[in-house]
Design a protein. Structure first.
Lengths: 298, 298
């Protein structure tokens, strides 16, 4: 049987493990922690790392909140006017590396329940400033392995979902090379809610295994001021996506969430330059080409 | 009688005058110009200045577009299902100075017509990184003078409108010290549309007169790396406002406008730092205090 306290504990412990793994990889910066309390019930543990050897800014946030279900959530969950309680817990991660060849990563795993509704959601996706086919294939292959262990439909379905979700419509570009994205995974006749949970746990637990190899490999490469400049421009696109389209960000800002926890996802230093067009045939131009038409990586 | 070609010519000439004035003040950088054509009718003249002595990035954009009125505009204008044409022209300015003590400025003046609807809109507002009461009083006093020459109700009404519009709800802060903001100014029994146009012309023509004195006075002040750091953090708020709330930006992105012209408003270099809290009693803390509760400056 699904037990919401156990899910909360799982996510909290996962936050600990991931923070420890990232600190060890960084070798210099430590996460600072802010505990916050939600007036209507619950709270969270925001953890931010800044100015490290390899992580310029990153957040690994845990929260578990509950209380009377707000109207808009009842509407979303298709619950009538009853006085139902909700419970939501999860962790959310965004890492902006200092090094232009180390990709930005994002992960979110979460659980929501209200009345008879029980949903899991989340995903992992990668935003390299420079797309390297071999790294991207590694990332997608690892995600596909995890998915395939649970259900053969997961990877193709959730990969497509990520390509569609992480799309910067006004630029005609995806945010990065995608990954997997899923939402409102409930019990079906074929997949129990316990099996959904097993899958979400596996996604959460794969974070360090899919990200650290890419960090280790790329943090030792040398780079030029031009590479750094390009990284800061790509971060501008990241900020555009998060502020204009990201549902989690919009949801948080609209519901008076803790602003500093929500916007920890924004890049530390960002450039916007008018009409920057990379040289034809350059690695920068090739990156844009890939972002304009999602690739089948595995 | 109002003549839309004359309005277009007025705005185009105003763009020239403002660009010349800003280039002279800068003394180094020149505007680059991109002409663009709108498939359905009309086009624009985007002008951007970058990496100047005093202007780090700024745009002064002119456009005049027309054609069959899109459905959402008909809806906004309360026009039925008729095959009506629309015409819209205006200029839009955002200037991000290099110097932390020189304020960011924004101005927009515009005209829209479709069927029997004729509307003027626009405004000027100031976003100092450090709020100086004397500068802000000068700015508001000059705007009030222009307003009062046309109608005694304008300044109080449009000042309030600016405070309400340029508000970053999730931060509980105004974007800057406001100014004036107005929209859908049409003919009334007391004010003809020609009189509305005279007012909008006066607002446009006051741009250099209200901004250049603040530039000249503050560009010669010395500043520290801490002042610059604060400036970059304040620019983060500017980007948040423009991407999350600004109607012009949203409108442009949703209607597949020219992205580089729309987003010229975004700051050149921007910082987001987790939970930065200025020292109590510092000029930075005082600036935040003012932004949290709009002031009656004149």
């Amino acid at each position: 049987m699904l037990n919401k306290s156990k899910i909360e504990v799982f996510f909290r412990n996962l936050q600990d493990k991931i923070c420890t793994g990232l600190e060890e990889e960084d070798g210099k910066a430590k996460f600072i922690e802010d505990l916050w309390v939600r007036e209507e019930g619950g709270g969270g543990r925001t953890r931010v790392i800044q100015n490290g050897n390899v992580f310029e800014k990153g957040g690994v946030n845990f929260s578990a909140v509950y209380g009377p279900c707000p109207d808009f959530l009842k509407k979303e969950a298709g619950i009538g006017d009853s006085n139902v309680e909700f419970f939501a817990t999860g962790i959310s991660i965004v890492i902006h590396p200092l090094h232009p060849f180390v990709p930005i990563i994002h992960m979110n795993v979460r659980y929501f329940e209200a009345g008879n509704v029980k949903w899991f959601g989340g995903g992992i996706d990668l935003t390299p400033h420079y797309i390297e086919a071999v790294d991207t294939r590694f990332f997608h292959t690892e995600l596909k392995k995890i998915c395939d262990l649970h259900n053969a439909t997961y990877y193709p379905e959730f990969k497509k979902w990520a390509d569609e979700y992480f799309y910067i419509k006004h630029r005609g570009e995806t945010r990065g090379v995608g990954g997997i994205f899923f939402d409102r995974l409930s019990a079906t006749s074929e997949i129990s809610i316990e099996k959904r949970y097993e899958f979400v746990k596996a996604v959460g637990e794969t974070f360090l295994a899919v990200y650290l190899p890419l960090v280790k490999k790329n943090r030792i490469r040398s780079f030029t001021p031009e590479n750094r400049h390009w990284q800061l421009l790509r971060r501008g696109r990241y900020a555009e996506f998060n502020l204009v389209y990201d549902r989690g960000t919009k949801f948080g800002l609209q519901t008076d969430g803790r602003v500093e926890s929500i916007l920890m996802s924004l890049p530390p230093i960002t450039h916007w330059e008018y009409n920057f067009i990379p040289l034809a045939g350059s690695p920068e131009a090739k990156t844009i080409e890939v972002l304009k038409s999602p690739v089948t990586w595995v």
